[in-house]
Design a protein around this ligand. Structure first.
Ligand code: S3P
Length: 417
């Protein structure tokens, strides 16, 4: 199989979640174009409406409207499969009067929430999780005070929850990250008029009234585009272009990895609002060098590890992904999923303490069946692996791709030659 042509991935998932959820704390009306209709982002739309906000589609645009405060004061919110919805809501609801219970599907009910609850409690929040530190999360909104907090782990969701809570808290909230992670919340809080600034490696935010911009356009999702951009780098004769995708440097470190591995990548920036965006062309360039991901780079490509791991199986030598423990607590244990499923195809993956090693190149071969574990990024990685093998191996639970990329198979078909 080879991939050829131009495509537009759905609107960025992280930015879509944030614009919808932050509307709960802002005043005004906003027409959002290119909001992602992926299942996760629709979960945030439903959550906004359940909490008394206004999020209504008019054609393809999402119209947001609110008066600056949450209207409902006793709500159970189903966060589905979406960790971003749950963790951001924890930050939003911690300072809002009312009683809120957050829950989700089987995967989300196993994911760690105590890492968010703990610092919120230090801000004065009344918030509890299951004794295992997982959902359901119960929040009794209360008065918050600022906090000076160094994140124990580089997580944009955790950082975002605390910064958002900081907008509702008395006094100053200061957040320091161990290493940089995606910064959409910081951008958006600033754009909505919050009192936020960055100085000497610390984000500071104060209690603020926020206002929605009248229009907001969501750039395409680079993490969705990554499946085809990386696919083109490993499928002989391929050449694809992703158009109108987000090019925020905290999201596209995977493109640097592709270049370092010897793939031919051309980036063209076309605009900078609400964040840098443009097009990326990826052309098959033959032999690939191994992929080396240092621990401090991981947050900048955390969602692209599965597809980079597949690419690494085709590289000449040993690829190293350092300290990838965070991948074990995503929608599935992605480390275990990659080792078992790429292993079934003949790839050599080895867990070395906290690191993942991949020995390439391997000519992958078909097997009876593959398992997605209901994890959208594992499912899409395995679909590209089938292209590499040139045979359709049945993959269990493929419908989960709709969590982030509902049109994945249509685009795959259009690009396939
Ligand atoms: C996200 C942050 C990352 C990422 C997730 C989306 C966000 O999670 O893996 O898909 O939108 O903030 P962590 O914060 O757990 O690293």
């Amino acid at each position: 199989m080879r991939l050829s042509g131009t495509f537009k991935p759905p609107g960025d998932k992280s930015i879509s979640h944030r614009v919808a959820l932050l509307s709960l704390l802002a005043k005004g009306e906003c027409v959002v174009s290119n909001y992602s209709t992926a299942q996760d982002c629709m979960t945030s739309v439903h959550a906004v409406n359940a909490l008394g906000g206004g999020a209504v589609f008019s054609g393809e645009d999402l119209n947001l409207s609110n008066n600056g405060r949450i209207l409902k004061d006793s709500v159970h919110v189903d966060c589905g499969n979406s960790g971003t919805t749950m963790r951001l809501l924890m930050g939003i609801l911690a300072g809002v009067s009312g009683r809120f219970i957050l829950w989700g599907d089987d995967s989300l009910m196993k994911r760690p929430m105590e890492r968010v609850a703990k610092p919120l409690r230090a801000m004065g929040a009344k918030i509890s999780c299951d004794p295992r530190g997982t959902p359901p999360v119960t929040i009794e909104g209360s008065e918050l005070r600022g906090i000076d907090y160094r994140l124990p782990v580089a997580s944009a969701q955790l950082k975002s929850a605390l910064l958002i809570a900081g907008v509702e808290a008395e006094g100053l909230t200061r957040i320091t990250e161990p290493v940089k992670s995606r910064d959409h919340t910081e951008y958006m809080l600033g754009m909505f008029g919050a009192n936020i600034c960055f100085e000497s490696g610390v984000w500071s935010v104060r209690k603020s009234a926020m206002e929605l911009p009248s229009v907001f356009s969501v750039p395409g999702d680079p993490s969705s585009a990554a499946f085809f951009l990386c696919g083109a780098a490993m499928l002989e004769g391929s050449e694809v272009t992703a158009e109108e995708i987000l090019l925020n440097p905290t999201r596209v470190r995977f493109l640097d990895k592709l270049k370092e591995m010897g793939a031919q990548i051309e980036v063209q920036i076309a605009g900078d609002s609400p964040e840098p965006w443009g097009s990326v062309r990826s052309v098959y360039a033959g032999k690939l060098s191994p992929c080396k991901v240092a621990s401090e780079e991981l947050p900048l490509l955390v969602d692209e590890v599965p597809i980079l791991a597949l690419l690494a199986t085709q590289a000449n030598g040993v690829s190293v992904f350092e300290e990838i423990g965070e991948l074990r607590i995503k929608e599935s244990d992605r480390v275990a999923a990659l080792v078992s499923e790429l292993g079934k195809l003949g790839a050599r993956l080895e867990i070395d303490g906290p690191n993942l090693l991949i020995y390439g190149p391997t000519k992958l071969r078909a097997t009876d069946e593959l398992e997605s574990f209901g994890d959208h990024r594992i499912a899409m990685t395995l679909a590209i692996a089938c292209g590499l093998i040139g045979e359709d191996v049945p993959i269990r639970d493929m419908s989960c791709v709709s969590i982030s990329y509902p049109d994945f198979f249509e685009t795959l078909k259009e690009l396939t030659l």
